[in-house]
Structures are given as structure tokens and as C-alpha cells.
Design a protein around this ligand. Sequence first.
Ligand code: BGO
Length: 267
Amino acid sequence: MSIKIALAGNPNCGKTTLFNALTGSNQFVGNWPGVTVEKKEGKIKGNKEATLVDLPGIYSLSPYTLEEVVARNYLITEKPDAIINIVDGTNIERNLYLSTQIMELGIPVIMAVNMVDVLEKNGDKVNIEKLSQKLGCEVVEISALKGKGIDTLVKKAVALANKKQASIAVHEFTLDVENVIKDVENLLGSGVAPEQKRFFAIKLLEKDDKISEMMTEIPDVSNEIAKLEKEFDDDTESIITNERYTYISSIIGECIKKSSKKGLSVS
Ligand code: BGO
């Protein structure tokens, strides 16, 4: 059975190094449709049935850069069987901002915490089990540069993709925000797949016009936006961004232990 796995992550997290390690010389380069952003695809070594699609390096799935739009349009319309979300292990907190959005797309995610060689050198520790439990996805430690953890990552990513099962984000924002997201989800018609409803609902609340353009029926969510903005005395985009950071802070303290030797924070 052929499977498609997307590789997503922030710029500079080691995505190219991982892509090369996973595909070797088995790659082909083109452009994303209609834009001059480079698209790389390759077969995963030892897994001829598995195609790896390298998404542009991005910080968010917002509509503000061409790279973000290319990446999210691909994920929404092509629905790969799984996403490998590579994060820079020395900068997990910042990298998780994208992860929280990726996990709302209904696509199974496996997280690859990269640069463990640097973490080990610094004496920093990531509690993989706890991180996995909090995020609701598998987490694997790797060093794309040194080849560490790559085999485990491939095995788990291919197994996850082969399941062909939609996933649901486990993270939750504060109750008032969750309630409004649910209200908007209920307004979405059958044109939006159930597993994608959370992503679309949040983007509509964020007044993301590029998302409405992708929808056949666009519900009027002005009441829900007004309700949130009045309650929080802020615009909805900032409210959701703050919710993401609050959620990330709530898990990061428990999952990352910085070495006391250095006393430096890299997050
Ligand atoms: C340079 N461990 C370590 N230590 N470094 C890594 C790892 C890892 O597991 N993975 C990647 N890197 P990209 P994006 C560089 O290029 O794959 C390094 O943007 C340098 N270059 O080698 O390009 C990788 O595709 C000079 O580092 O990331 C690269 O996501 C001095 O992380 C950088 C030092 O990797 C970004 C590093 C001329």
C-alpha cells in the first residue's frame, strides 16, 4: 500500500538534514503548484511504498507567507497519511507553536525531537514519555546529523501512516475559548471533514480570509468572534495565539529539564 508522509518543521530545525538522511539520493525536486517555492519529494530508504514530502520551513500555519500557505494548502487538500513534525530539541518551546497547529489538522503526527547530540552535550533532558502523553502523539529523539534514532522514527512513522486513521488534537484551550470553537465547528457544513473541523473553526475565528476562500459554504461567525473579543477585550487572533502559548508553557516545564551547570535558557 503506498503512503505519503509530510515532513514539517521550523526553519533551521534540521529538516533538510533529516530529509536527506531518510531519502538519500532518492529525491526529486520541483516547484509547488503555481509558485516558485521549491518542492522536494523522495522515497524513504528501505520503504519504497513510502513517499516523503518536504514542506517549506515555517513557524506557523497562518496566511502571511507564501511558504505557510503552500504548506497548509497541501496538508488540508492532499491529507498525507502522517506528518513527521521535526522540532529543534534545543528550542522546543518556540517550535511547539507550529506543532499545536499541525495537530489540529486531523492528520496523525509523530514528533521528532532533533539535535539530541547537542542536548546530551549540554546535559539537558527531554522527558519523551511525558511530552508524548501531553501532546497526544508519539515522540522520538533523533540526531539527523549523527543518524541517531532515524530507524526508530522511520518504523514508527510508516506504521502510523499505514493505519490510515484520522486523529484528534488532545490539547484544549480555556473553557470559554473551547466553547466558542465548538459553536463554530457546529456551524460548519458537511464540506469540511469532521477531523478538520477544529482547524477550520479556529481559522475562521482568526478571520483568516484565505481559509474561507477554500470553503464551499462559509458560515457567518461574526457573533462568535464578537463574543470572544468582548469577553477577552482583545482580537481573536491574539486570543488564540495567547491560548497556544499558555498551553505550551503548561507542558514545557514538566517535560524539559535544563542542565543546572549552564544556567542558560534556550527556550
Ligand atoms: C549547518 N545535530 C546537530 N548538532 N546539528 C544538526 C542536527 C543534529 O541532529 N541536525 C541538523 N543540524 P538544516 P533546515 C552549520 O549547516 O537541515 C545542523 O533549515 C553550518 N553550515 O548541520 O539545514 C545542520 O532544513 C556551519 O547546520 O535545517 C545545519 O530545517 C556551522 O543544523 C543546521 C554549524 O540544518 C540546520 C552548522 C555552514
